[in-house]
Design a protein around this ligand. Structure first.
Ligand code: ATP
Ligand code: LTN
Length: 324
């Protein structure tokens, strides 16, 4: 079994990224051949400062290692350094259609406030490159948060279309979403996804513990007093219960039972304790890898390894379409 996923170095990673993606990645490396990359080409789809992009790529690599990814068991690399990603994307762009790309939620959300005459082609074609990322490794499983499943579905449509035309060339991938915490909401507005491009109300993974506690204690809840899991009427409380359940690897029902009869203040304090207990040692591991020159070597080795595997699939596709 092949597993592949990535995170784009667009902003400061949040607790949502940790729960929805980072925390789950290491579980896969014992089950199959795992490829985890830094989606730096995808980061260029929105305006980004070059220095920040470079720095953030290094930060994400260190997060991967801190989360427990082991370079002996898993290939970790920068997308842009494995040029096969770009080469395959250029071919695959011909098998996804403008109609379907324009219906992607992420595209609609990211482009709605932009000058409609200045939307980059890369943002529009984002799912093409993402399909190339996935298909380049004959991936079976793609662990992602809920917001990315639409892109994986599109990659699946592409496989059907392509294979119908050329025979069994591309492998059919499947998205894998964590049971708990597939969509962590913003602490300041629980109707919105916690996102790294939204500076308000999010817990960033490199926030100091005092800030994390403060953000959780001031999370938006409601005027009631019962700690129950009710997404419709108590989205703030439901979100905090989800965060707790995901961190403790329990179900939201179990979390609900744990906090039955708690007052909001005590409840929030317990959530803050749990988040800090998880994130503090994670941060310490992060800084160790961040300051270790070996981290760059790990990426370079990963890139060499990834390229060997990617080249095989790329050549298979080139052959199928008549480029070889
Ligand atoms: P941006 O705000 O720049 O679009 P993002 O915070 O959504 O970024 P991505 O790089 O798109 O982050 O996501 C990395 C991974 O984290 C993806 O698998 C995504 O599904 C997951 N993820 C992101 N936000 C959340 C969230 N709030 N809850 C759960 N998973 C999330
Ligand atoms: N779009 C993803 C990042 C990403 C990805 C991928 C995830 C780029 N290519 C391939 C899984 C598989 C995101 O926003 N997290």
């Amino acid at each position: 079994m092949r597993v592949l996923s990535g995170i784009k170095p667009t902003g400061k990673l949040t607790l949502g990224n940790y729960i929805g993606a980072l925390k789950n990645f290491p579980n896969f490396q014992n089950e199959g051949e795992t490829f985890i990359f830094i989606a730096d080409l995808h980061a260029l789809t929105m305006p980004i400062d070059p220095e920040f992009l470079r720095e953030n790529s290094k930060i994400i690599a260190s997060f991967y290692l801190a989360a427990g990814l082991d370079p002996k068991k898993c290939t970790i690399f920068r997308q842009s350094r494995v040029s096969e990603h770009s080469e395959l994307a250029i071919i695959l762009q011909n098998y996804l259609y403008m109609g379907e790309l324009s219906r992607m939620t992420q595209f609609k959300e990211k482009s709605q406030n932009m000058n409609q005459n200045a939307i980059g082609l890369g943002l529009f074609a984002y799912p093409v490159l993402m399909a190339a990322d996935i298909l380049l490794y004959d991936s079976d499983v793609v662990p992602v948060g809920e917001d990315q499943t639409q892109h994986v579905e599109l990659a699946r449509d592409l496989v059907k279309r392509f294979n119908n035309h050329y025979g069994e060339i591309l492998k059919m991938p499947e998205a894998k979403i964590g049971k708990v915490g597939k969509r962590i909401m913003s602490l300041s507005d629980p109707s919105k996804k916690m996102s790294k491009s939204d500076p308000k109300g999010d817990i960033f993974l490199l926030d100091d513990m005092k800030t994390i506690r403060k953000k959780i204690m001031s999370a938006v809840t409601d005027s009631g007093s019962e700690v129950i899991y009710d997404i419709e009427n108590k989205p703030g409380i439901a979100n905090l219960l989800t965060i707790y359940a995901a961190i403790k690897n329990i179900t939201v029902e179990e979390a609900e039972t744990t906090f039955a009869g708690y007052r909001y203040g005590d409840f929030k304090k317990a959530i803050a304790d749990a988040v800090i207990e998880e994130i503090e040692p994670f941060q310490n591991r992060f800084y160790t890898f961040y300051n270790d020159p070996q981290t760059e070597k790990i990426l370079e080795e990963g890139e060499a390894k990834a390229s060997v595997i990617a080249r095989v699939v790329l050549q298979r596709v080139q052959q199928a379409v008549g480029l070889r």
